[in-house]
Each structure stands twice: as structure tokens, then as C-alpha cells.
Design a protein around this ligand. Structure first.
Ligand SMILES: O=C(O)CCC(=O)C(=O)O
Ligand SMILES: [Fe+2]
Length: 267
């Protein structure tokens, strides 16, 4: 895992709200991570979120189920996934990019576009989550080559600076976000074509999307969203179980090590 970044890359990330890292993983590492993700997905069956209290949410046959196969919090059941995403050096890199003093896992997720998958509509991530922060960041690692044909990501440069925290309920329409943010309409999207092992980083408020998969092969990715240390509960349930939400008040520090482990700095 190559977590070295230059000050130019940090400046690019802060200006544009995203950054693509070539050869983030070696070919051996991609193979190891891909195998671990595959095993975890098989282990989970139709259950979408790993861990106790999450049995109810299962995959169905809706439009959204055909955007991608989505399985979350694989780190809780797979030590290899945990090794990659709860990695100290990665946490330090994310802090350098965002300026946060510490980083916690929010949730990981594998997003696997099946052959002929629907497109991923334009959206912002952070408004879905149980905290609000301009320093939230996600890493998206390509497990297969991601191309214009099979549904690579697209980012809207600079959109993180204009975005707000209110959630736009994204449905099937690719353009729903632009109705809410007319100021995004003139921004030229940046396609993030990647080789397996390359990684994209995006701010939790950067608008992003992906095309459909127009190939008979899978486009698999493994991603993880990170929450800066010090973030507090905003009342949104998202990935938290009912039991966890019942114990939280708005404004409480989100620092449960079993749900949101601190990956940097290590105590
Ligand atoms: O992989 C995709 O199609 C969408 C990725 C995404 O929305 C994310 O990583 O936040
Ligand atoms: Fe997203």
C-alpha cells in the first residue's frame, strides 16, 4: 500500500475534492484484497451489513439492487479487509489530506457492478451519514480495471466547496442532485478511469456518480468511508443499529471503538 503523497497532491485534493492515486496497491495486494472481499461477500449471503443487529437489511430485486451488489462493514468479519482499511499509514495519509487530527472508520463497503448494472446516480455521501463534517473522506479501490465502459467513477471538481449537509433523496434519476444544486450544472465532470489497484479519494461532500456497466464482466471496488476524530451524532441512523441509536443523543461524540475504530493516531 503506497500511502506517500506530495504537497501538490494534498493541494489538488483540497481544491478539487478528489484525488486518484495510481498503483496504490501492488498486484499481489490487489489479489489478496480481492480474494478477502470475495470470501466475505460469500459469507454474508444476502445480508447487506455485517455484524450483530443488522440481519434485517437484505438484498432484493429493486432498481438500486441492480446498481451494484453492496455489502458493508466487511472489516468486522474479515481480518484481511481489516488489515487494509484499519491501517495506521492510511489513517495518517487521510489526516494529511483533510487536516483532521485523527480518523475513525465510518463504514467500509464493497460496491460491485454486475454485468449490465444500472448507473450510480449523482450524489453526495456525507448527508447520508450520522455525522456532518467537511473533513469526511472515502477511499475507493479498484479491484478490477474501472473503465468508461464498465462504470468507472466520475467526480464533479470543486463541488465539495458548494455542497451543504441537507440530504437530497437520490432515486433513479441521474440528474436529481442538479435540481437541488443548480450551481453544479456547469461543472465539467472528471472521469476516474483506474487500473485494478489504483485508488480514488473523495471528500464526503464531493458530488460523484458512475455509469452503467456495459460489459459482460464485473466491475468490483472496495471502499471505506472515514469520519474525523471529534465528529458528533447528528440524529441520522444510517448504518447504526436501532440499539446503537437508542443510546445516542444528538451532539454525542461518536467514539465507540467496536463500531468506529480510531485508525490514526494509534493510542
Ligand atoms: O462505485 C460506485 O458506483 C459508486 C461509489 C460511491 O458512491 C462511493 O464510493 O461513495
Ligand atoms: Fe458515494
Amino acid at each position: 500500500m503506497n500511502t506517500r503523497i506530495t504537497s501538490e497532491q494534498i493541494a489538488f485534493y483540497n481544491e478539487n475534492g478528489f484525488l486518484v492515486l495510481k498503483d496504490f496497491l501492488t498486484p499481489e495486494e490487489v489479489e489478496e484484497l480481492r480474494a478477502a472481499v470475495t470470501a466475505a461477500v460469500v459469507q454474508m449471503g444476502k445480508q447487506k451489513v455485517a455484524g450483530a443487529g443488522n440481519q434485517a437489511l437484505v438484498e432484493g430485486e429493486t432498481y438500486y439492487d441492480k446498481v451494484f451488489v453492496q455489502r458493508l462493514n466487511l472489516w468486522k468479519i474479515n481480518p484481511t479487509v481489516k488489515k487494509y482499511f484499519l491501517n495506521e499509514a492510511l489513517g495518517e495519509m487521510l489526516c494529511r489530506l483533510t487536516g483532521a487530527r485523527g480518523m475513525r472508520v465510518w463504514h467500509d463497503q464493497t460496491l460491485q457492478k454486475q454485468p449490465w448494472a444500472n448507473p450510480t446516480a449523482w450524489h453526495l455521501d456525507n448527508p447520508y451519514w450520522s455525522f456532518h463534517s467537511r473533513q469526511a473522506i472515502s477511499i475507493w479501490i479498484a479491484l478490477d480495471d474501472a473503465t468508461l465502459q464498465n462504470g468507472c467513477l466520475y467526480y464533479l471538481p470543486g463541488s465539495h466547496k458548494l455542497a451543504r449537509f441537507d440530504n437530497v433523496d437520490i432515486g433513479q434519476n441521474m440528474d436529481a442532485l442538479f435540481q437541488h444544486y443548480p450551481e453544479f450544472r456547469n461543472i465539467e465532470p472528471e472521469a476516474a478511469v483506474m487500473k485494478a489497484g489504483d485508488a480514488g479519494l473523495h471528500n464526503g461532500l464531493t458530488a460523484h456518480a458512475a455509469g452503467p456497466n456495459m460489459t459482460p464482466r464485473w466491475r468490483r471496488a472496495m471502499t471505506c468511508a472515514y469520519m474525523p476524530e471529534g465528529a458528533t451524532f447528528n440524529g441520522v441512523q444510517n448504518i447504526l443499529s436501532k440499539e446503537q441509536v437508542a443510546r445516542l443523543q444528538i451532539g454525542d461524540l461518536l467514539n465507540d471503538e467496536s463500531q468506529n475504530p480510531l485508525i490514526w493516531p494509534k493510542q
